[in-house]
Design a protein around this ligand. Structure first.
Ligand code: NAD
Ligand code: IPM
Ligand code: MN
Length: 367
């Protein structure tokens, strides 16, 4: 039975995780074997005890759980993000979760800020390299606090790391019948890492002659995402650019309240979290949109071998949008808890309908 470690975290992470767990409960009750335990790693714990996320716990997650779900981490009382870095980046790096999987999938035309663009136009998947680049933590500060201060942050790009994320993007395209993979970098200005990304990408692309490989510099890519998003099927990029691409991608689909993500090492314990952060000003006010967290449950179930849940959850959300029954950031007036209640009810209703259809079928078979 799949086991999940749930970390609500900070701010609205707690609010949205409560609703995601509600939906997970409805899914489990509809017949999927799932089991989860909650862990209290967050800013409060760090401020009280100095504990962020112990290595032994990461080993426990790796050995005894199939997935980890995080709401969000980040708290204004910890301005240097020590605990959030240890929890989020710690898990990504220490579990070698090299694939940051972020679908940019518009569910309804009314959610898109671009004039005349609909679900067929904004429908691509971003693979962000998740263990290297500017996030590697290499660098330092010299002469801190003096007029001669120097800060260095080094971008690490390994052949193995770049190649495996590019290959993952092509494999995903092939497995899903897609025909185009676009790589984005800044090789016109950053020529060393750019050179490696260009060579690795094109060498991997040569192994997939059935898939068209193309390239945009990151500045032009963001411009193209607004101008002609329909040209994209799969985008692959480095850690930092992938972070930026996916916040903008979220906005093309209706905002941060709807953007889901997975941090994956295929075949291993992986981490799932909404793209958004802890939005401290909305914490505990029943206003945060839990749909990103709920869609993240769908991505997690996909990883756990139940890919049917993402389209089912998307259908439920599409219905909500068409009925105007949506949370505040999407222009409606549903509170956080009401959204979770509604989605869970629809999941349970769907399961009852399936059940009675199944029972009917069985009956007609017997007669
Ligand atoms: P944020 O995503 O928390 O919020 C930015 C804005 O987006 C909010 O003010 C709000 O207007 C909107 N928003 C985001 N999620 C929403 C939701 N579910 N419902 C409704 N509106 C929503 O980004 P930020 O303000 O830059 O960061 C706040 C904290 O979160 C920081 O500490 C940051 O480092 C951290 N952070 C954590 C994660 C993560 O845990 N994965 C991701 C991004 C930021
Ligand atoms: C994200 C977040 C994180 C990142 C932060 C909180 C370190 O923005 O998951 O996109 O930059 O990866
Ligand atoms: Mn981000």
């Amino acid at each position: 039975m799949p086991r999940i470690a749930v970390i609500p975290g900070d701010g609205i992470g707690v609010d949205v995780t409560r609703e995601a767990v509600k939906v997970m409960t409805a899914i489990r009750d509809s017949g999927i074997d799932l089991e989860w335990d909650e862990f209290d790693y967050c800013a409060d714990k760090y401020l009280e005890t100095g504990i962020t996320l112990p290595d032994a716990e990461i080993v426990n997650f790796r050995d005894n759980y199939d997935a980890i779900f995080i709401g969000a981490v980040g708290d204004p009382r910890v301005p240097d993000m020590t605990h959030a870095r240890d929890i989020l980046l710690g898990l990504r790096f220490k579990l070698d979760l090299y694939v940051n999987y972020r679908p940019v999938h518009l569910l309804d035309e009314s959610l898109c800020p671009l004039k005349g663009k609909g679900p067929d136009d904004v429908n691509f998947t971003v693979f962000r390299e998740n263990t290297e680049g500017l996030y590697s933590g290499t660098g330092g500060i010299m002469k801190k606090g003096t007029p001669d201060e120097v800060a260095i942050q080094t971008s690490i790009n390994t052949r193995k790391g770049v190649e495996r994320i590019c290959r993952h993007a092509f494999e995903y395209a092939r497995a899903n019948g897609l025909k185009k993979v676009c790589m984005s970098d800044k090789s016109n200005a950053m020529r060393f890492e750019g050179d490696l990304w260009q060579r690795a990408f094109h060498e991997v692309a040569n192994e997939y002659p059935d898939i068209e490989a193309n390239h945009w510099f990151i500045d032009a890519l963001l411009m193209q995402m607004v101008k002609r998003p329909e040209q994209f099927e799969v985008i692959v990029s480095c850690n930092m650019f992938g972070d930026i691409i996916t916040d903008m991608g979220a906005q093309l689909c209706g905002g941060m309240g709807l953007a889901a993500s997975g941090n994956i090492h295929p075949g291993r314990t992986s981490l799932f979290e909404p793209v958004h952060g802890s939005a401290p000003k909305y914490a505990g006010k029943d206003v945060a949109n839990p749909l990103a967290a709920i869609l993240t449950v769908g991505l997690m179930l996909e990883h756990l071998g139940y890919p049917e849940w993402t389209p089912r959850l998307e259908d439920i959300i599409r219905d909500m949008v068409r009925n105007g029954n949506v949370p505040r950031d999407m222009g409606g007036d549903l509170g956080t808890k009401a959204v979770g209640d509604w989605v869970s009810e629809q999941v349970s209703k769907g399961a009852r309908e399936q059940g009675s259809k199944g029972a009917g079928d069985a009956l007609s078979f017997r007669t």
